[in-house]
Design a protein around this ligand. Structure first.
Ligand SMILES: Nc1nc2c(ncn2[C@@H]2O[C@H](COP(=O)(O)OP(=O)(O)OP(=O)(O)O)[C@@H](O)[C@H]2O)c(=O)[nH]1
Ligand SMILES: [Mg+2]
Length: 445
C-alpha cells in the first residue's frame, strides 16, 4: 500500500453547491486540528474533544465572525480519511461556506480534488478500491435497487467474493509450486490433472459473476420505448406513467415529432420511458426524421411498448409494426379501452390513458421486466472487465495443464490471474488507475 503522498491538508464543501439548509465544510490532514482551533470558538468554553459536535462560531483569520455553526473534530485514525478531520456545519448558502474556505486557504490549506477524501481513505488503508468505488456509486445511485447494490459493495460484497477466489487461486499456485519443487514425491501429470479442472471451475465462477445487463440497469435504468402509429395515445400513456403533462397531446395525428423522455421509479428500479413520433409512411420531412428516431429508439430499447388503438380495427400500419417488432422484447398495449374493444389479440394488455384502466398492471409489468437479481457479486464495469481477464488467464492455465505443458507455464497464468484480481480490490494498482477512479467523484467526497 502506498502512503507516501503529499500529506498536506485539504478542504472542500462536502454538501452540494447552491442553496440548502446547511453547508458542511470538511477539512482533512495534519493541519486540520490547528485550523479548527484557529477558526472555531465553541460556546460555553467547552474544550474541543474528538468526535464531539459543538455549538459555536466560526471566524475568519482577522477575527471577524463569519457564522454561527456546529463544529466537530475527528482525530486520526477514527475518521473518514484516517487523518485528522474537522467539519464546520454552516448555515446553507455558498457565501458563508466560501468565506470559511477562504479562511482555511489563508491558513495554508489547499482545495481538495474530486474524490480526494475517499482517495485518502483508500491510501490510508481504511477502505479497499472496490469500496471506494461503492461510495461513488452510492452518491450517484438512481434508484433504491442501485443504491442497495452499491451498499452491498460498500459493505464488502465484492471484496469478499474476490478474496475467496484469490485464496483458491493461491492454493492452486501452491499446488503447482509443490509439484515443481518436489518432482520425486509429486507426479507432475497427476498434479496437472488435479489443478486444471479447479482452474476451469474458478474461471467459470468469475464469468458467471459478471452480469453486464444488470450492471447497466442499475447504473442508468431500464429503457422502455412507447411506439405505434400516430394518434393511438402514446404521449397520453407517457404522461399517465409519469403522472405529469410531459408530452403534448392533441387529436391531430403526428403531434409528437421528437423523442420525449422521462423517468419513473417502479419498485425501486429506475425506468426511463421514451415517447416517440407516431410511425407512418407518408410523413413530411420533420415528421419523417422523428419516425427515423422512433425506429432507432425501438432497436436499442430493453422493452418496446407497442401501442395500438384497441377501439378501432387494426390498420395496415399496425400490422406492419406488429411484424417489425416481433423479434424485439415487446409488450402490446391496446389503448383506449374506455371506448370498447374492436379486436382480440393474445397477450396484449388493455389500458386506457384516459380512465387509468390497466395502468397499475402496466406499472407492475414494467417493474417486473426491469427487476435485476439482488445478489450480483460484481456490477461495476471495471470489476467485470478485470474478472473477465482473470477468467481468461485461469482458462489459459487450465489449457496449458491439460495440454501437458510444463507446469511453470501454468504458474505464469495463475500468477497473472492473481495480479488481475488484485486490481479489483486495489492491492495492485497504479497512480493512473487511482486518478481515473477518483476523478469521477465529486469534490468534497
Ligand atoms: N378515449 C380515449 N382517448 C385517448 C386515450 N388515450 C389518448 N386518447 C386521445 O387520443 C388522441 C391522441 O393522443 P396522443 O397521446 O397525442 O397520441 P399519440 O400516439 O402520442 O399521437 P402522435 O404523437 O400524433 O403519434 C388525443 O385526443 C387523446 O386525448 C384513451 O385511453 N381513451
Ligand atoms: Mg404523441
Amino acid at each position: 500500500m502506498r502512503t507516501a503522498y503529499q500529506n498536506d491538508t485539504i478542504a472542500a464543501l462536502a454538501t452540494p453547491p447552491g442553496q440548502g439548509g446547511i453547508a458542511i465544510v470538511r477539512v482533512s490532514g495534519d493541519a486540520a486540528r490547528t485550523c479548527f482551533d484557529a477558526l472555531f470558538r465553541p460556546a460555553g468554553r467547552q474544550a474541543p474533544e474528538s468526535h464531539r459536535l459543538l455549538f459555536g462560531h466560526v471566524y475568519d483569520t482577522r477575527g471577524e465572525m463569519i457564522d454561527e455553526c456546529m463544529g466537530v473534530l475527528m482525530l486520526a485514525p477514527r475518521s473518514y480519511t484516517r487523518e485528522d478531520v474537522a467539519e464546520f456545519q454552516l448555515h446553507g448558502g455558498e457565501q458563508v461556506a466560501g468565506q470559511v474556505l477562504s479562511a482555511l486557504y489563508e491558513l495554508g490549506v489547499r482545495p481538495a480534488e474530486p474524490g480526494e477524501f475517499t482517495r485518502r481513505a483508500f491510501l490510508n488503508g481504511r477502505i479497499d478500491l472496490s469500496r471506494a468505488e461503492a461510495v461513488m456509486r452510492l452518491i450517484s445511485a438512481q434508484g433504491e435497487q442501485s443504491s442497495r447494490a452499491a451498499l452491498r459493495q460498500l459493505t464488502g460484497g465484492v471484496s469478499a467474493f474476490v478474496r475467496e477466489i484469490q485464496e483458491q487461486v493461491t492454493a492452486l499456485t501452491a499446488g503447482v509450486a509443490a509439484a515443481l519443487d518436489y518432482p520425486e514425491e509429486i507426479d507432475e501429470a497427476e498434479a496437472a490433472a488435479d489443478i486444471a479442472p479447479k482452474a476451469r471451475g474458478l474461471a467459470q465462477k468469475l464469468l458467471a459473476a459478471c452480469d453486464e445487463r444488470a450492471a447497466r440497469l442499475l447504473e442508468t435504468g431500464f429503457e422502455a420505448v412507447l411506439c405505434g402509429r400516430p394518434n393511438v395515445g402514446k404521449s397520453s400513456l407517457l404522461n399517465s406513467l409519469l403522472c405529469e403533462e410531459r408530452a403534448i397531446v392533441t387529436d391531430i395525428p403526428g403531434t409528437t415529432r421528437d423523442v420525449v423522455r422521462g423517468s419513473v421509479t417502479l419498485s425501486g428500479m429506475r425506468v426511463n420511458l421514451s415517447d416517440t413520433a407516431g410511425i407512418r409512411e407518408q410523413a413530411e420531412t420533420v415528421e419523417a426524421i422523428g419516425v427515423e428516431r422512433a425506429r432507432q429508439a425501438m432497436q436499442s430499447a430493453d422493452l418496446v411498448l407497442l401501442v395500438l388503438d384497441g377501439a378501432q380495427p387494426l390498420t395496415a400500419e399496425d400490422e406492419r409494426l406488429l411484424r417489425d417488432t416481433r423479434e424485439l422484447p415487446r409488450v402490446i398495449l391496446l389503448n383506449k379501452a374506455d371506448r370498447g374493444q374492436a379486436f382480440e389479440l393474445p397477450d396484449a394488455l388493455r389500458v386506457s390513458a384516459r380512465t387509468g384502466q390497466g395502468m397499475d398492471s402496466l406499472r407492475e409489468l414494467l417493474a417486473e421486466k426491469a427487476r435485476v437479481r439482488g445478489d450480483l457479486p460484481l456490477t461495476g464495469a471495471r470489476h467485470m472487465r478485470l474478472a473477465r481477464q482473470a477468467s481468461a488467464e485461469l482458462q489459459n492455465a487450465a489449457e496449458a495443464l491439460e495440454a501437458g505443458m510444463a507446469l511453470d507455464l501454468a504458474a505464469i497464468d495463475l500468477h497473472a490471474a492473481l495480479d488481475t484480481l488484485g486490481g479489483i480490490t486495489g492491492e495492485r494498482v497504479d497512480e493512473k488507475l487511482l486518478d481515473s477512479v477518483f476523478s469521477r467523484f465529486c469534490v468534497g467526497k
